[in-house]
Design a protein around this ligand. Structure first.
Ligand SMILES: [Fe+2]
Length: 309
């Protein structure tokens, strides 16, 4: 690990906007697409999951959230066993109860979900009013009131992580890696959306670097993110809230929906926090803004990303 582990309190010193990014004005400006993001959460309400959920509900109401994105590891430790698994109630339905969270939940799978029945997570989409996981990887396009289009590319990343080849409990052996990469390249190449956002459970880059970056994710995916003008890659897996930019692509870690892990001191121009929390995101025609908010309702960090030419 690089640097030293910091306490929760001292990390707030690193919470200033960075990278030449501007702090968002407090007021909403014009038509926008607002939503919330959470990752790594299902623990029967434990490890601050319930408190994060309550704050997320309040924020979702305040911003007029249109949907939720879950970046995976939806149920610990071993996913769900079926569509009737009690965890659907104890970790999802009875936790995220705010009316503002009764919107579509666009979900992806994490490695812990692959320790259970991922087909059940897909099947739950047909019985739930809000859970939406139509396939292991898929795209969605949203349109702002002014016609600006936003494309989301939802990935299934566990199959790329080499350590799972030695951990058969994560049931990804034999999955086709190249097919998804080819699919993503075609989808990015043919997209005419003004905004392109890729969502995957596993990170490419972290503030911690080295030990926590995944070369096996960087290898296949970074060239596509760079080549096709992706604005942001949003991931979980790291149980933190982080922001780092590499070659113009913004890598945002939002994996603090319940248990969290220590983080290293963020270098200048980067942000990291080990607070429990979630993210709100706002998309407008010319700018993308996001905020990390913790389980006490404190806004830890805000940043804005301009639209790429
Ligand atoms: Fe994970």
């Amino acid at each position: 690990m690089i640097g030293s582990t910091l306490s929760r309190r001292s990390l707030l010193l690193g919470a200033a906007p960075a990278m030449g990014l501007v702090t968002l004005p407090a007021q909403a400006r014009g038509p926008s697409l607002d939503f919330v993001v959470i990752g790594d959460w299902g623990r029967d309400g434990q490890s601050r999951q319930r408190e994060v959920a309550q704050r997320m509900g309040g924020s979702a109401a305040a911003i007029g959230s249109r949907f939720v994105i879950s970046v995976g590891d939806n149920f610990y430790e071993d996913g769900v066993g079926s569509v009737a698994d009690p965890q659907w109630q104890s970790s999802f339905e009875r936790i995220y109860t705010d009316p503002a969270l009764m919107t579509p939940w666009h979900v992806i799978l994490g490695n812990h979900d692959y320790q259970g029945d991922v087909a059940a997570q897909i099947a739950y989409s047909t019985t739930s009013q809000r859970w939406s996981l139509p396939a292991p990887y898929y795209t969605r396009t949203e349109t702002l009131a002014d016609g600006t289009s936003v494309a989301f590319f939802f990935l299934d990343t566990s199959r790329y992580i080499l350590e799972y080849l030695r951990r058969p409990k994560v049931r990804v052996r034999g999955q086709d890696k190249q097919a998804q990469i080819d699919w993503l390249e075609r989808a990015l190449a043919t997209s005419t959306a003004a905004w392109k956002i890729v969502v995957g459970h596993h990170q490419l880059y972290t503030v911690t670097g080295q030990e926590h970056d995944y070369p096996e994710m960087i290898g296949p995916f970074k060239p596509l993110l760079d080549r096709y003008g992706v604005h942001a890659y949003i991931n979980g897996h790291e149980h933190n809230l982080e922001h780092i930019a590499v070659d113009g692509v913004h890598y945002i870690t939002c994996g603090a929906g319940s248990a969290t892990s220590p983080v290293v001191a963020p270098p200048p121009g980067q942000f990291a926090s080990d607070h429990h929390g979630f993210m709100t995101m706002r998309l407008e025609a010319e700018g993308l803004g996001f905020s990390f908010i913790d389980d006490a309702g404190v806004t830890l960090y805000q940043a804005a990303i301009p639209r790429r030419a």
